[in-house]
Design a protein around this ligand. Structure first.
Ligand SMILES: [Zn+2]
Length: 115
């Protein structure tokens, strides 16, 4: 199951669908060794889940981004976008980082519940 969050650009309203490979999430959050996520990522790739997510995003006019390739990106409107989940207030972490930062992004929606 590919994990994808949607980020609207605060500058122009373009919508980004950002895919987070598990190995990247584990590395960012430090919750598990990166290696643990590799198998899950490979499964997602092989099953076509990543490709399906990309298609879905593009068909609905969103810009698909692989966070393992681009954690930051400058929108076509010139606004700098930060896709690092740790910079967003809904990810539990240290107090200092919980304070809302100027990232130019609206906080991402709560992910749908896992089955
Ligand atoms: Zn923009």
């Amino acid at each position: 199951m590919a994990l994808v969050f949607t980020f609207p650009c605060g500058g122009c309203g373009r919508t980004y669908s950002v895919y987070y490979p598990k190995s990247l999430l584990y590395e960012l959050s430090g919750s598990a060794p990166r290696e643990l996520g590799r198998q899950e990522d490979e499964d997602d790739l092989r099953s076509g889940a990543v490709e399906a997510a990309r298609k879905r995003a593009e068909e609905s006019g969103k810009i698909f981004v692989d966070a393992s390739e681009q954690l930051e990106r400058v929108c076509a409107c010139g606004k700098k976008l930060d896709f690092n989940l740790l910079h967003h207030p809904r990810v539990p972490q240290s107090k200092e980082l919980q304070q809302r930062r100027q990232t130019g992004l609206i906080p991402f929606p709560t992910p749908t519940k896992k089955p």
